[in-house]
Design a protein around this ligand. Structure first.
Ligand code: MN
Length: 196
């Protein structure tokens, strides 16, 4: 089974001025595409060759895991953003407020955790097995599925996500990133998570 590079849900320049056309063309067209190509090459004659992407993320280790998880993580990252202004569902807004105080406090906690995460990785809003929302960071390609949690929103903390536009200033990237968050997508994820 060949894994495919998802279509970017918007044009390369759609997230400007917060993320440039150059960032998206490299990040999606080189980095993300590279993980897909590498994954397909690694899967040839491996025991994971017929498995779904999530199955591989759950079961594999080493370079197969790294590439499969990076494909999954980037798929979710692109969908976590939108050029349009979007809104929360009431259910999501209530759940975030109950878990973190207010939406503003949630964003502040999320930013602080993202900024203090050392090196490459990802930051997530996730739901745990008991229906509790949490903010978690993961190292390199790791993601919440491996820890029994359900990812609802993610931001890429690898320098390749922001270096062209923000150089080393991860805090500036995080601050601007909120202008792009696709709350409709997160609300849908949250709805699915609650149904489980
Ligand atoms: Mn990336």
């Amino acid at each position: 089974m060949q894994h495919e590079l998802i279509q970017l849900p918007y044009a390369y320049d759609a997230l400007e001025p917060y993320l440039s056309r150059e960032t998206l063309s490299y990040h999606y067209g080189k980095h993300h595409a590279g993980y897909v190509t590498k994954l397909n090459a690694l899967l040839v004659q491996s025991k994971f060759s017929d498995m779904s992407l999530i199955g591989i993320v759950m079961m594999s280790e080493g370079t197969i895991f790294n590439n499969a998880a990076q494909v999954f993580n980037h798929d979710m990252y692109w969908h976590s953003m939108s050029p349009k202004e979007t809104d929360f569902s009431i259910e999501l807004e209530v759940a975030i407020s109950q878990s973190f105080g207010t939406i503003e406090e949630f964003k502040k906690m999320f930013n602080e955790k993202a900024i203090s995460h050392f090196g490459s990785g990802w930051i997530w809003l996730s739901g745990d097995k008991n229906g509790k929302l949490l903010i978690e960071t993961t190292v390199n390609a790791d993601n919440p599925l491996r820890h029994g949690n359900t990812p609802l929103l993610t931001c890429d903390l690898w320098e390749h996500a922001y270096y062209i536009d923000y150089r080393n200033a991860r805090a500036d990237y995080m601050e601007k990133w909120w202008k792009l968050v696709n709350w409709e997508y997160v609300s849908n994820k949250f709805y699915d998570y609650n149904k489980k």
